[in-house]
Design a protein around this ligand. Structure first.
Ligand SMILES: [Fe+2]
Ligand SMILES: [Fe+2]
Length: 321
């Protein structure tokens, strides 16, 4: 093409794409889509996949120290679910033409982003409760609307992911509930965990709307359905009610319902800290990446064995044909 004459394939593709979005229908892997839409989805889905995989670490850290066999088996199931979420999401991203190797290489090279929340340490057992209740809770608020994302494989992956996330949230809530009704020391431990995870979990929704460059386009493409601030406000409303059941408090005396805007408001968040953590300078960034790298290297023999097995099966089929 000379760049001046419109490409008829692209024109027809764009028209079809626009019609699909206008109907609020789904774009599928083989459909034509604008390059920017594809790039944006690869970025979002791969970051999401990395978050699930890196997110296994802060909790896996407590599997050997879980206070009972029941707690241990629940936590193991939860961490395994997160591995599954990562795998669905890598598969969804692969349908857009990027390979899992490329995504994994970017992650271990420290070039890919993942949710900043997983760079905070888990210092007590109560953190398992606060993570389940707040971090998985925030993930649900974010991901339920993504079940309707315009890209088919992403939206469908989210349906199952959300079902599992609600189990994660309940198990976390239940850990906190038990601690909050336990000894004074256990109760203090639960409150301390809620205090530490509150602000980072609110920041999981991303920067405020006026500082979120990709949001507008993402909403126009029917990927994102609500703005960061809308989702954050909804999440605060959920915490306010549930923390009463726990008999604990939120470390924020500015939480209030704004009758005019019908939204929940909260105190200021430290966005400089958010940016620092995202830039790789959070409390556990180096440790998380190092662990991921080691696991990747230690898993090389499994990948090689799978390739060798696949080759063997193909040779057998050829010989039989
Ligand atoms: Fe997950
Ligand atoms: Fe989860």
């Amino acid at each position: 093409m000379d760049g001046l004459t419109p490409d008829p394939v692209q024109l027809a593709g764009q028209e079809h794409f626009d019609a699909v979005l206008a109907k609020d229908s789904r774009v599928e892997p083989k459909d034509w889509m604008p390059d920017a839409y594809r790039r944006s989805l690869v970025r979002q889905i791969s970051q999401h996949a990395h978050s699930e995989i890196i997110g296994m670490q802060p909790e896996a850290n407590w599997i050997t120290r879980a206070p009972s066999l029941k707690r241990k088996s629940i936590l193991m199931a939860k961490v395994q679910d997160e591995a599954g979420h990562g795998l669905y999401l890598y598969s969804a991203a692969e349908t857009l033409g990027t390979t899992r190797d490329e995504m994994m290489d970017a992650l271990v090279a420290g070039k890919a982003r993942y949710s900043s929340i997983f760079n905070y340490p888990t210092v007590t057992w109560a953190d398992m409760g606060a993570i389940g209740w707040m971090v998985d809770g925030a993930a649900i608020c974010n991901q339920v609307p993504l079940c309707r994302a315009s890209y088919g494989p992403y939206g469908r992956a989210m349906v199952r992911v959300c079902k599992e996330e609600s189990f994660h949230q309940r198990q976390g809530f239940e850990i906190l509930l038990e601690l909050a009704n336990g000894t004074a020391e256990q109760r203090a431990m639960a409150q301390d965990a809620v205090n530490r995870w509150y602000a980072p979990s609110l920041m999981m929704f991303g920067p405020p709307d006026d500082d979120s460059p990709n949001s507008k386009q993402s909403m126009a493409w029917n990927i994102k359905r609500f703005s960061n601030d809308e989702l954050r406000s909804r999440f605060v409303g959920m915490l306010v009610e549930q923390v009463k059941v726990l008999g604990l408090t939120l470390p924020d005396d500015q939480v209030r319902f704004n009758e005019e805007s019908k939204t929940w408001e909260h105190g200021p968040l430290d966005w400089d800290e958010f940016k620092e953590v995202l830039a790789g300078r959070g409390p556990c960034n180096a440790q998380r990446l190092e662990r991921r790298r080691t696991a990747h290297e230690e898993g090389a023999w499994v990948r090689e064995a799978a390739v060798a097995y696949h080759q063997k099966q193909q040779d057998k089929q050829k010989a039989a044909a």
